[in-house]
Design a protein around this ligand. Structure first.
Ligand SMILES: C[S@@+](CC[C@H](N)C(=O)[O-])C[C@H]1O[C@@H](n2cnc3c(N)ncnc32)[C@H](O)[C@@H]1O
Length: 290
């Protein structure tokens, strides 16, 4: 369990950690991960993989960077099958979000022409695997901090022979900010992000102006940003934030929520929300040309 992920201090400003200038940074901006030290302290050992060769516990050394997190670390209850998949497949299909280098997406997916979409927060990955199977012509870079889900998605990808999935471990904000090239993404999917319903936690919500401004820099013109939520107040916040950003146009001509598109499968969290009687909203915005 990497409690250091939860670091939240009075100096933290917003989830992106870069409120006014999400511009690309060519040089390393995070200190080296303590896991790379030849003599890690007991504290630094939290960064070590739980499974040999598997995802690092704290790939970006996040206790070095004080910032509000949009997630709670969830490393527990990894099944034997998930652990086995993490050990065996991480080296091939996994990526630690360490914030130390830029990624060439063509190289990562072994195809320079493959359009790649980023999915933030895939949970257990069932919907991700379904979307990858239905659309082999699109690469899905699936990011989450949830270790059991990472193992589950790797196992699903292998079982279903899905070569168009890569699993990224860590904070997707660091992935966007430090590791992805400008205009490199063909899409961004954020399905049922943690709603953080308590007022004092609203600052932890992912969809905020600073995050959307950062996302705009990494999406290519015409790319779709697709969000879905079953939490009405968060849906309203999403609509307001996305509508206000000049880099996006609502794909829905009336400027409201979009009908659920056929390509989005029912997700696990969505199912739980529907059982509680929640109403689900999809929001689809297009990255404008300018
Ligand atoms: C409520 S769950 C939804 C999971 C899945 N999309 C579904 O609908 O079943 C939200 C997920 O987003 C992940 N998450 C939240 N913020 C994240 C971030 N900044 N980077 C990566 N994953 C994040 C959480 O770990 C969690 O697994």
């Amino acid at each position: 369990m990497s409690e250091n992920h939860t670091a939240e201090t009075s100096t933290a400003k917003d989830p992106t950690g870069s409120p006014t200038s999400p511009a690309p940074r060519p040089e390393r901006t995070l200190p080296p991960s303590p896991s790379r030290s030849p003599h890690p302290s007991p504290r630094d050992r939290r960064a070590e993989p739980m499974f040999p060769g598997g995802p690092l516990a704290d790939p970006a050394g996040s206790h070095h960077e004080r910032r509000i997190r949009s997630f709670r670390p969830r490393r527990g209850r990894v099944t034997l099958g998930q652990g086995e998949a993490l050990r065996r497949l991480w080296g091939q299909w996994g990526l630690d979000i360490d914030g130390l280098s830029r990624i060439d997406l063509g190289e990562l997916f072994g195809d320079p022409d493959l359009p790649v979409v980023l999915e933030i927060g895939f949970g257990m990955g069932e919907a991700t695997a379904q979307m990858a199977a239905a659309d082999p012509g699109t690469g899905i870079l699936a990011a989450d901090v949830h270790t059991p889900g990472q193992g589950n998605l790797l196992a699903l990808a292998e079982r279903k022979n899905l070569s168009n999935i890569r699993v990224a471990n860590g904070d997707a904000i660091i992935l966007l900010r430090e590791m992805l090239e400008p205009a490199s993404l063909a899409g961004l999917r954020v399905y049922f992000p943690d709603p953080w319903p308590k007022k004092r936690h609203h600052k932890r919500r992912l969809i905020q102006p600073e995050f959307i401004a950062l996302a705009a820099t990494r999406l290519r013109p015409g790319a779709l940003l697709h969000c879905a939520t079953d939490w009405e107040p968060y849906a309203e916040q999403m609509l307001e934030v996305l509508t206000a950003d000049p880099h996006f146009e609502n794909a829905q001509p009336d400027g409201g929520y979009s009908p659920r598109p056929d390509f989005r499968p029912l997700t696990k969290f969505e199912g739980q929300g529907l059982e509680k009687g929640h109403v689900v909203h999809d929001l689809i915005f297009r990255r404008s040309e300018t």
